[in-house]
Design a protein around this ligand. Structure first.
Ligand SMILES: NC(=O)c1ccc[n+]([C@@H]2O[C@H](COP(=O)([O-])OP(=O)(O)OC[C@H]3O[C@@H](n4cnc5c(N)ncnc54)[C@H](OP(=O)(O)O)[C@@H]3O)[C@@H](O)[C@H]2O)c1
Length: 268
C-alpha cells in the first residue's frame, strides 16, 4: 500500500511507542488520528507531531468503553475522513506472579490487549472492504511467541493477537484489505519495558523505538504478516522450538530471561 495521503487511526498515542509510530507514518505522508485516555499528554504529542505541518487529530477515548469506541470512530471519520489504516497499539502489561493477579487485572488485560482491538477492527473493516482497500496493524510481542515467566497473562494476550491476525489476514485475502502483526522484544528508551528500569539479558538485547515504528511502516507497505523486532534474529530459535518444545523454555532460562522477568516484578 502506498501510504501517501492515507488516514490512520492509531491507539496508544499518548506515550511510549505510539508517538514514535505516529511520526514514522506521518513521514510517509499519512494523516493521523491519535487516541488515548490522557487528554493532556495526547495534546502535547499532537502538537509536536503537527510541528512539521502534518494533519494530526487527537481524540480522547478509553478503548475499553463501547460508547467511547463508537464516538472515536465517528469523530475520526468526521475530522479526517475514511479510516484507511488502523494501528492497534494501545496495550497494558500487567506483569507479576500469575497467582497474585486480581480478577480485575485479568479482565482489564484481556479487554485492553485483545477484545478492544478486535472491536475496533470490526468497526473499521466494513468501510475498508467496501472500498477494497485498508490495513490493520496489531502490536503483538515476542512474549506472544514464547510465553514469559511473570508475564504469563500478557504473553497470552499477545499470542491471541498474533493468531487473530493470522486468521483475519487469511480471511481477507484477495479483498484489498489486509492485516499484519508487529512483535517487538525488549524496547529501550520509552514504553512499558523501559518503564521498569531494568537491563535486558545480553542474549536478547533491546531494540530502539524507531525500529518498531519502521516495522509498522514496512508491514503496511509490503503487506507482511508478521515482523519480529529484535536485535538478534530469533526466528531460528522459534523454529527449533516448534520441533523441540523444550528449546524455548531452556533458552529463556539459560539466557537469563526468566531471572530478569522475576527481578522486573520484584519477585527475585
Ligand atoms: N515497549 C515494549 O518493550 C514493548 C515490547 C513488545 C510489545 N509492546 C507492545 O507495544 C504496544 C505499545 O506499548 P508501549 O510500550 O508504548 O506501552 P505504554 O508506554 O505503556 O503505552 C501504552 C499506551 O496505551 C494507551 N492505553 C492503555 N490503556 C488504554 C485504554 N483503556 N484506552 C485507551 N488507551 C489506552 C496508553 O494511554 P493512556 O494511559 O493515556 O490511556 C498509552 O498511550 C503495546 O501493545 C505493547 O504490548 C511493547
Amino acid at each position: 500500500m502506498d501510504l501517501k495521503g492515507k488516514n490512520v487511526l492509531l491507539t496508544g498515542g499518548s506515550r511510549g511507542l505510539g508517538p514514535v509510530i505516529a511520526k514514522a507514518l506521518i513521514d510517509e505522508g499519512c494523516h493521523i488520528a491519535i487516541t488515548a485516555r490522557s487528554q493532556d499528554s495526547l495534546n502535547t504529542v499532537a502538537e509536536s507531531l503537527r510541528a512539521g505541518g502534518a494533519t494530526v487529530v487527537a481524540v480522547q477515548a478509553d478503548i475499553n468503553n463501547a460508547d467511547n469506541r463508537k464516538l472515536l470512530v465517528d469523530i475520526v471519520t468526521q475530522k479526517l475522513g475514511q479510516i484507511d489504516i488502523l494501528v492497534n497499539n494501545a496495550g497494558v502489561e500487567t506483569a507479576g506472579a500469575y497467582h497474585k493477579h486480581t480478577a480485575e487485572e485479568i479482565d482489564l488485560t484481556i479487554t485492553t490487549n485483545v477484545a478492544s482491538p478486535m472491536h475496533l477492527a470490526r468497526m473499521v473493516l466494513p468501510g475498508m472492504l467496501e472500498r477494497g482497500s485498508g490495513h490493520i496493524v496489531n502490536l503483538g510481542s515476542l512474549a506472544g511467541k514464547q510465553g514469559s515467566a511473570y508475564d504469563a497473562m500478557y504473553s497470552g494476550t499477545k499470542a491471541a493477537m498474533i493468531e487473530w491476525t493470522r486468521g483475519l489476514r487469511s480471511e481477507l485475502q484477495d479483498t484489498g484489505v489486509s492485516a499484519s502483526v508487529v512483535a517487538p522484544g525488549y524496547v529501550s528508551d520509552v514504553g512499558m519495558f523501559a518503564s521498569f528500569g531494568v537491563k535486558p539479558p545480553v542474549l536478547m538485547g533491546q531494540s530502539k523505538p524507531v525500529a518498531v515504528a519502521k516495522a509498522v511502516v514496512t508491514a503496511i507497505k509490503k503487506d507482511k504478516f508478521e515482523i519480529l523486532v529484535n536485535p538478534l534474529p530469533v526466528r531460528p530459535l522459534l523454529a527449533l522450538d516448534m520441533l523441540f518444545p523444550f528449546v524455548g523454555p531452556m533458552f529463556m532460562r539459560l539466557a537469563g530471561v526468566k531471572k530478569l522477568q522475576k527481578e522486573k516484578v520484584g519477585e527475585a
